[in-house]
Design a protein around this ligand. Sequence first.
Ligand SMILES: NC(=O)c1ccc[n+]([C@@H]2O[C@H](COP(=O)([O-])OP(=O)(O)OC[C@H]3O[C@@H](n4cnc5c(N)ncnc54)[C@H](OP(=O)(O)O)[C@@H]3O)[C@@H](O)[C@H]2O)c1
Length: 304
Amino acid sequence: MVQETVHLLDGNSISERLRTDIGAAVLRLKNTGIVPGLATVLVGDNPASASYIRSKQRACADLGINPVDVTLPADIAQSALLDELAALNERPDVHGVLVQQPLPRHIDVEAVVEAVSPEKDVDGFHPVNLGRMVRGRRCFLPCTPFGVQKILEFAGISVAGRHVVIVGRSLLVGKPLATMLLEKSSTANATVTVCHSGTRELGEITRSADILVAAIGQPGFISADMVCDGAVVVDVGINRVDDSSRKRGYRIVGDVDFAAVSERCSAITPVPGGVGPMTVTMLLYNTVQSARGMRSQDALGDDA
Ligand SMILES: NC(=O)c1ccc[n+]([C@@H]2O[C@H](COP(=O)([O-])OP(=O)(O)OC[C@H]3O[C@@H](n4cnc5c(N)ncnc54)[C@H](OP(=O)(O)O)[C@@H]3O)[C@@H](O)[C@H]2O)c1
């Protein structure tokens, strides 16, 4: 059965709505004398990383969050980097600390992740926050899975009691998303299956999904025959494919064959314009929540 009208889950417009609320929360905080601050730490001069940092800083500035730029040389010693993070942990004007990855090879990534105070870990990568999440306690939720959850919530798509299949088990996306959607709460309570490169009969499992999330890193991997009629499809993938018709020589595509899959699903996130914009928005959300002394799960209310 071909779906007559596929619902586009527009991450840009959901982001806009959320950013309006975040901006209002920033204003309320400013009225109490608190200016939320996000420190972005860039080690080296990787152009892609520098560009991500710039867009995060612009997004901060747009909402009145103070971006604190920390750019460090690629050959910085591990101990010096940890000292920089310790100093940011102490600064009262910094409520969130984001260390852009990848880091140079001589840096121990785990040590860096653990050096950011869990109270300022607005990326939600610190083991304390991940541990709190697994225990169902308040914490900073990792921004990409948090963005996926918000897209579904804003679109009025309940996951409760439904079968969510996630393809991809990374610490960045698949694993935390599975944990979040499994939570026994009104906004979660899904039945979750997580697939990976060792999964057998993948298509059989993905076809059993009410909600299918692709976080694989392979362009167009999810084909129409892997999706059941009427499913909801969330495409986390961001992949560059060569395209000589574009000025820059490439275009961005997701992990889902959008044209074919949108013929049979009931709702789908586009790439670009789906999960991507939500990731930065949830980073801003977590930063403001940190400045309020709150966590991801708390409402962005007017009690700042
Ligand atoms: N929208 C955003 O803001 C955002 C944020 C983060 C990532 N992304 C994008 O999301 C995608 C995934 O990112 P990631 O960091 O999670 O990637 P990752 O760490 O490389 O993980 C990819 C996952 O996909 C699984 N996989 C790979 N090939 C497979 C196959 N043939 N069949 C089944 N599973 C397979 C891997 O299985 P194994 O574990 O067995 O290797 C792994 O669990 C990328 O395109 C990335 O750019 C987007």
